[in-house]
Design a protein around this ligand. Structure first.
Ligand code: ATP
Length: 289
C-alpha cells in the first residue's frame, strides 16, 4: 500500500481547470517535494489530499483510504501544516504542541514526552514558555513543524514548511523531517526553494498547469536534461554565456559540450537549472522531460 495514490485527479474553480488529471504514487518512508510555479495547483492538490476540498473527478487515496468516502479514516492518519497557518497566538509553544497531541488522542504522559522531544529537536525548548505572539515568524513556523512531527501521523502534509526561515532554522527543520520519514512515515511538501527539494527529498514532482509534468529523484532529473536541448551557437560564445532556447535566455547554464556542426549540448548543473529550463520552455517543447 502506498502513502498517497491518485489517479486522474481533477478539480476546477469556475471554468478554470486547476488540476487536470494528477497521477501520484508516493511510498511510505519517503519525502516527496512538489515543485511548480505560482498557480500551478500545489495547494489545491494538498487541500484535496487532506480532505479539505472535494475533487471533481478521479480518485485519491491517503494511507489507503479514499479522501472522499473515508474522510475520518484519512484525517486520523495525517497531520497538516496549511500554507498560511500560525500557531494560536496566546498559547506558548509548549501549550500549543501539548494540546495538539492531546486532541490527536495521545495520553498525557505520551504527549508530555513527545512535546519535550519535539520542541527540543526544533530548537524551541528554551522558548517553550514564551507566548507565541512574542515569537518571530520563523519561530512560529517551527512551532507548527514541532507539533506535526510530535504526532504519530502516517502521512504529513506541509505547504511551504520553511518559508521565511533562516538558513540554520531550515536545516534544523530538514533534519527533523528526515528523522520523521526514517521512522516509516511519508512527508509530502510543497516548496519554492529548489535547493530544499534537492537537499531533502527522495522524489521530486514537478507540477505545471495542473499536471505532474515530471517526477524522479533529484539526481535523476538533473541527469535527464542533457541532450534534450541542442542549440546553435555563435562563434563568440563561451562557457557562462547566455543561451537562447525559444524566447528564453538561460544565462545560468554553464556546462556546454560540443556536439559538432556548430551545435552545443546544454547540461544543467543542478536541479534548479532543470526546473527552470523545464518550466520556462514548457509549451515550446512537446515531449516531457
Ligand atoms: N478557492 C478558489 N477559488 C477560485 N480559484 C482558486 C481557488 N483556489 C485556488 N484557485 C486558483 O487555482 C489555481 C491554483 O491555485 P493553487 O493555490 O493551488 O496554486 P499553487 O501552485 O499552490 O500556487 P502558489 O505557489 O502561488 O502557492 C490558481 O489559478 C488560483 O487562482
Amino acid at each position: 500500500m502506498q502513502a498517497i495514490m491518485t489517479r486522474k485527479l481533477r478539480r476546477s474553480f469556475g471554468s478554470k481547470e486547476v488540476l487536470r488529471g494528477i497521477d501520484l504514487d508516493v511510498d511510505y518512508g519517503v519525502i516527496a517535494a512538489l515543485l511548480g510555479p505560482n498557480g500551478a495547483g500545489k495547494t489545491t492538490l494538498i487541500r484535496i489530499l487532506t480532505t479539505e476540498l472535494m475533487p471533481h473527478g478521479g480518485e485519491a487515496y491517503v494511507a489507503g483510504f479514499d479522501v472522499v468516502r473515508q474522510v475520518s479514516e484519512v484525517r486520523r492518519r495525517i497531520a497538516v501544516i496549511p500554507q498560511d497557518a500560525r500557531p494560536i497566538s496566546y498559547m506558548t509553544p509548549y501549550e500549543f504542541v501539548y494540546s495538539y497531541l492531546l486532541l490527536r488522542g495521545l495520553s498525557r504522559s505520551d504527549a508530555r514526552e513527545a512535546t519535550r522531544n519535539s520542541l527540543d529537536e526544533l530548537g524551541l525548548w528554551e522558548l517553550r514558555n514564551t507566548p507565541v505572539y512574542q515569537l518571530s515568524g520563523g519561530m512560529m513556523r517551527r512551532v507548527l513543524v514541532a507539533a506535526v512531527l510530535a504526532s504519530n501521523a502516517e502521512v504529513v502534509f506541509l505547504d511551504e514548511p520553511t518559508v521565511g526561515l533562516d538558513a540554520a532554522s531550515r536545516r534544523i527543520v530538514w533534519n527533523s523531517l528526515r528523522r520523521y520519514s526514517n521512522g516509516g512515515a511519508s512527508i509530502f511538501l510543497t516548496t519554492h526553494y529548489i535547493e530544499e527539494a534537492e537537499q531533502i527529498s527522495d522524489i521530486v514532482l514537478l507540477i505545471d498547469n495542473g499536471l505532474v509534468i515530471t517526477r524522479g529523484r533529484p539526481s535523476e532529473l538533473i541527469e535527464k536534461l542533457p541532450g534534450k536541448y541542442v542549440v546553435e551557437y555563435p562563434a563568440s560564445m563561451s562557457n557562462g554565456s547566455c543561451i537562447r532556447v525559444g524566447s528564453s535566455c538561460f544565462s545560468f547554464v554553464n556546462s556546454l559540450d560540443e556536439v559538432g556542426n556548430g551545435a552545443l549540448r546544454v547540461s544543467p548543473k543542478s536541479l534548479e537549472h532543470y526546473v527552470l529550463v523545464t518550466i520556462k520552455s514548457w509549451g515550446e517543447e512537446s515531449e516531457e522531460g
